[in-house]
Ligand binder design. Structure first.
Ligand SMILES: [Zn+2]
Length: 190
């Protein structure tokens, strides 16, 4: 019996797909060796609603909550979004360049959007994350190595220090290190 391939043109078979218009081509020859972990919730601290996926697909009603006034017109995306229950969404092909990192630098290279994969965890800086999210994240990380030369994983806070603080102190890096069984060299100094 034929099995669906794990990756098809950068789309992951284990994720639900919701295509975002917020992406572009990667630079020619981009060496996609970095995973960037983020946290997001809209409104901040409220989980389970449609707002994050609406933001990533330019469908968010900016008038629906006072907080949205602060992000009105923002056009962003991430390759992946992991909800509190571990369910996984993909909004941009991992072959393409998503808009999650902004001004950033890591492992001696700037503009991390060019050659990284962005994974958003539904959460809040300072809050903890769910076991189901760590499980889904670790599996996704391992599966990404089947298709991309991943050598580093870091938080948004590590690639844009001083400007960004997600996923924040509630994210358990040692746990992810254990779940992936990746070497210390793959992780930020923690
Ligand atoms: Zn972020």
């Amino acid at each position: 019996m034929a099995h669906e391939p794990l990756w098809h043109q950068g789309w992951y078979a284990k994720a639900q797909h919701l295509a975002s218009p917020n992406f572009g081509p990667r630079p020619q020859g981009a060496h996609i060796d970095l995973i960037v972990v983020h946290s997001i919730s809209l409104p901040p601290g409220q989980y389970g609603g449609p707002e994050v996926l609406q933001l990533f697909t330019n469908q968010l009603d900016w008038n629906a909550h006072p907080y949205f006034e602060h992000i009105r017109g923002l056009e962003v995306s991430a390759h992946f979004f992991i909800r509190r229950d571990g369910s996984l969404w993909q909004c941009v092909s991992a072959d393409d360049r998503a808009w999650h990192a902004g001004a950033s630098s890591y492992r001696g290279r700037s503009n991390c959007n060019d050659d990284s994969i962005g994974i958003e965890l539904e959460g809040l800086e300072g809050d903890t994350f769910e076991p189901a999210q760590y499980l889904a994240l670790a599996q996704l990380c391992k599966d990404l190595t089947q298709a991309y030369p991943i050598a580093h994983i870091a938080g948004h806070e590590h690639i844009a220090p001083g400007r960004k603080q997600d996923p924040g102190p509630g994210f358990d890096w040692p746990r992810l290190r254990q779940d992936t069984a990746w070497s210390d060299q793959c992780f930020p100094l923690i």
